[in-house]
Design a protein around this ligand. Structure first.
Ligand code: NDP
Length: 424
């Protein structure tokens, strides 16, 4: 029925592509295009004979708009799924506009070089105006709204798990459980153990930047910024158990604050073990998380990229990770004049994911929603001209698809709520 061009062939892409191939009635043809074509060819060989989806591969530099446009025009897909890195969001959106196809991604734009003076000037103005200092925000991609509207094309932003499923949970809670949502606590728990003293579950550059940055939350119409890991909590996660968690800035807070009318507070928490935090602090203190190039033995290296080369490849964690993830949202608000609290969550088992697609649950919980978001767009269920976050569409078909494609969810009425305290 439709052709999809997937850009990137890393951990998330591998799952998204395998799920598209399971769903070959919708995705009849697929092109996997990435910087390293050998990885695309290896995935194609793994899948051929096991799917009715016809697979092609290509090499593409997604930083280069003209190369992308040539590829899109040659392959003529119904849409492009961007599961490369957030650095490539804008070039891929530009190419989709030029070539006239719909665009889908899982993470908002952030620049590769945060020292770029042109980017920095805009960033510093935004920090002052909005009051949060994360390197990523939606302004860059929301700025494409008029251009996508005029071209009659859809751009669907952030269809991973968080952002993505957590945002769809919010739209679903508003549609079926509340007249008004007052607070949203997004809880991202990874109860998995890979046995390494230190490793990241997805791209180390993106992951470490996110975790070492200042936290922030939305309250009463404005951002409140915190120091990294300033607010701590403990939560007893269904099917996982009690875990420490910390308040972080996260991108869906920005879009939910805009799209959930009347919401008073939105916070995001992620679980971390003490060993992870101690390693990260040490790496940060010695400068290994820096994105600014340094000269070493006559060669220019970016410390965090060098660190990435030393750390285990997230894609290699699958066979050794045991345990479960639990990601979801606790909502409070009003229904029929009465106060109400619900918790919608998904539990995903690392080893079950590995048996099915050869990846651990972090890639799985992002790759499945990337396929589902693409399905929503190419089947026309979520299609209108402009740039949209997932919570702006009808959540029901997406929620049904989560149950069907491997991420079943639970609605718990009257759950434990979150209590936070400030760390020394
Ligand atoms: P990986 O690093 O595993 O994969 C990235 C892929 O992109 C690699 O195949 C890489 O190629 C390719 N790539 C990088 N630069 C270019 C380029 N210039 N041109 C073409 N291809 C390129 O990352 P993940 O799979 O872990 O993450 C993919 C995306 O998913 C990221 O944007 C991440 O932020 C997002 N994500 C979203 C989550 C959510 O819940 N919303 C959760 C986790 C991740 P090569 O193989 O040559 O390196």
């Amino acid at each position: 029925m439709s052709r999809l061009l997937v850009i990137g062939c890393g951990g998330v892409a591998s799952v998204a592509i395998q799920k598209c191939c399971q769903n070959s009635e919708v995705f009849t043809e697929l092109c996997i295009a990435s910087r390293t074509k050998e990885k695309c060819d290896a995935l194609k060989s793994k899948l051929e004979g096991k799917t009715n989806t016809k697979i092609e591969t290509a090499r593409v530099d997604a930083d280069n708009v003209e190369e992308l446009v040539d590829l899109i025009k040659a392959y003529q897909p119904a849409a492009v799924l961007n599961v490369a890195l957030p650095y490539q969001d804008l070039t891929i959106m530009d190419a989709c506009l030029k070539a006239g196809v719909d665009y889908i991604d899982t993470a908002n734009y952030e620049p590769e070089n945060t020292d770029d003076p042109q980017w920095r000037a805009i960033y510093e103005k935004r920090c002052k105006e909005l009051g949060f200092t994360a390197y990523f925000d939606y302004s860059w991609q929301w700025d494409y709204k008029k251009r996508f509207e005029q071209a009659g094309l859809t751009a669907l932003l952030g269809t991973g798990f968080d952002p993505g499923v957590t945002s769809v949970f919010s739209a679903y809670a508003l549609k079926h459980y509340f007249d008004e949502i007052h607070t949203i606590d997004i809880l991202d728990c990874n109860g998995g153990d890979h046995g390494y003293p230190f490793a990241t579950n997805f791209n180390p550059e993106i992951n470490l930047r996110e975790v070492s940055a200042n936290g922030s939350y939305w309250e009463d119409g404005r951002w409140v910024e915190t120091k990294p890991m300033e607010f701590k909590s403990k939560y007893n996660f269904p099917e996982v158990g009690e875990k420490d968690m910390y308040l972080l800035h996260h991108e869906e807070i920005e879009s939910l604050a805009k799209n959930i009318p009347g919401v008073k507070r939105i916070r995001f928490f992620m679980t971390f073990g003490q060993s992870y935090l101690t390693h990260m602090k040490c790496l940060e203190n010695v400068g290994m998380l820096s994105t600014s190039p340094i000269s070493f033995n006559g060669q220019e290296i970016v410390p965090i990229q060098f660190l990435k080369a030393l750390l285990p490849d997230p894609a290699s964690l699958g066979p050794r990770t045991v345990g479960k993830t639990n990601i979801g949202c606790i909502f409070t608000g009003i229904k029929d004049g009465k106060e109400k609290t619900i918790y919608i969550y998904n539990v995903c088992d690392h080893q079950e994911c590995f048996k099915e697609v050869g990846s651990q649950a972090i890639s799985y919980t992002t790759g499945v929603p990337a396929m589902i978001g693409s399905m929503m767009v190419v089947t026309g269920q979520w299609k209108k001209p402009g740039v949209f976050n997932v919570e702006e569409f009808d959540p029901d078909p997406y929620m049904d698809a989560l149950n069907q494609w491997g991420l079943p969810w639970v609605v718990c009425e009257d759950p434990e709520t979150v209590t936070v305290w400030r760390q020394e």
